[in-house]
Design a protein around this ligand. Structure first.
Ligand code: SNW
Length: 283
């Protein structure tokens, strides 16, 4: 019996439904698939690029485990998203954003300041930390301010905001670029550079460890740190932002801040009731 027009329409519809159904199953790890809503490299796991020598933001402890403020905050945020499998891998700072952009990692977490220039390479979560850039030197160097850097050898880590700031604002300093803080600090300690320019809390930590001194603090409130993710992954950004706000609202952010940055002035916008997603109060 030949099909009536109505049954052939029905057959065509059934075929369409079957095709769509197969496409949905075979689509692999797209952002919208039910088992991988955030488009992660491995569903259920967050692979994170970080640093081993930016204590207390992110560093490796004596047992070789990554820890620090950023590491613990990100772990907490991931947990709120239902992900407990967070794998940290150390990279050079200059490799972090390219590695996230080309899909080697799901996120970059290392006190990475959010800037328009970096937004060309990656997207960022909301900001979670705003502080200073600090010049450290030896006690007897004679450098007591940014002006004192003229004619001196100043270390910076490649790709950092410190490098960009020094190029623009310390034209008389002789910049020496390092892959990481470890190399720069050892150069400072043996006298092959006169100063090193890094993040405030890491500076504080190296000051305490090696008896160094601070020569200048430069506000970097217009570039709060955020978690870097691949461009266009809006589902991951939305989930990170929601979890970050929750961590700020319930006092987790404050607890971690007090644990890792004891005695440091506390920016109000990340405390319960603060304006978590708004721009930080720039000075
Ligand atoms: O812009 C600051 C921010 O206000 C906060 O103090 C945390 O550090 C910053 O994000 C700057 N951090 C540098 C950067 O983003 C260096 C990061 C690093 O050495 N891990 O280039």
């Amino acid at each position: 019996m030949s099909p009536t027009p109505r049954t052939s329409v029905l057959v065509a519809l059934l075929a369409l439904v079957a095709t769509l159904g197969l496409a949905a199953c075979g689509g692999g790890s797209t952002d919208s698939s039910a088992d991988n809503p955030y488009g992660l490299i491995k569903p259920g796991q967050l692979r994170v690029a970080t640093l081993g020598d930016a204590k207390p933001y992110t560093f490796t402890d004596a047992g070789g485990q990554f820890t620090g403020f950023d590491v613990e905050l990100f772990r907490d945020v991931a947990k709120r998203m239902g992900i407990t499998d967070v794998v940290y891998t150390g990279q050079d700072f200059s490799a972090l954003l390219p590695a996230v952009a080309n899909g080697q990692f799901d996120a970059g977490v290392a006190a990475i300041g959010i800037t328009e220039a970096r937004k060309k390479t990656v997207d960022f979560s909301a900001g979670y930390l705003a502080g200073y850039l600090t010049v450290i030197t030896k006690k007897d160097s004679g450098i007591t301010s940014a002006d004192g850097l003229a004619g001196k050898r100043l270390g910076v880590v490649q790709g950092t905001l410190q490098e960009a700031y020094a190029v623009k604002n310390f034209p008389k300093a002789d910049l020496v670029r390092f892959p990481d803080n470890n190399a720069a600090i050892s150069a400072l300690n043996r006298g092959s550079v006169d100063a090193h320019f890094l993040d405030y809390e890491a500076a504080k930590s190296y000051i305490a460890q090696f008896g160094l001194v601070s020569a200048a603090d430069i506000p970097s409130f217009d570039a709060p740190a955020g978690f870097a993710i691949k461009k266009g992954n809006s589902a991951l950004k939305a989930a990170l932002d929601k979890a970050l706000v929750a961590a700020m609202e319930d006092g987790t952010w404050k607890r971690l801040y007090e644990k890792w940055f004891p005695g440091s002035p506390m920016p109000k916008q990340y405390l319960p009731g603060g304006d978590h997603t708004g721009a930080p109060a720039a000075q």
